[in-house]
Design a protein around this ligand. Structure first.
Ligand code: FES
Length: 105
C-alpha cells in the first residue's frame, strides 16, 4: 500500500539537520539542505553504518558515511565514491500545512 506518512513539522527543521525516522522496519534519514527536505534510507549500502551520524555537505547536498567515507547524493541516493556502489533508497517528500510527509510504498 502506498501512503503519505507524517514525519515532523517543518519549522524546527533547519538547513544541515539530520533526523532519524523509523517506520516499520525501515530506518530513514530526513535531511534538509538548501531549504529542501530529503528522505533516504539511513543505513549505508556498503556496510552497517548509520548515516545520521555522518557528515552533510549542504552546498553539495550530500551525506558522507561516517565509517568508510562514501558520499551519497541526498537527491537520488547515488554514491559518488567507493567503497559504496549501491545507491541509497530515496523517498518522495512533500510539505503540506507546515508538515513534512514521505511517501511509503
Ligand atoms: S559503511 Fe558506509 S562506506 Fe562503508
Amino acid at each position: 500500500m502506498t501512503e503519505w506518512i507524517k514525519v515532523c513539522e517543518t519549522k524546527p527543521l533547519k538547513n544541515g539537520d539530520l533526523l532519524e525516522f523509523d517506520y516499520g522496519d525501515k530506518n530513514i534519514l530526513i535531511s534538509k539542505a538548501g531549504n529542501k527536505v530529503y528522505a533516504t534510507d539511513r543505513i549505508c549500502t556498503h556496510a552497517y553504518a548509520d548515516l545520521s551520524t555522518g557528515f552533510m555537505n549542504e552546498n553539495e547536498k550530500t551525506i558522507t558515511c561516517p565509517l568508510h567515507m562514501s558520499i551519497f547524493k541526498l537527491e537520488d541516493g547515488t554514491p559518488q565514491n567507493l567503497p559504496a556502489e549501491e545507491p541509497l533508497k530515496t523517498y518522495r517528500v512533500k510539505i503540506q500545512d507546515n508538515w513534512v510527509y514521505i511517501l511509503m510504498e
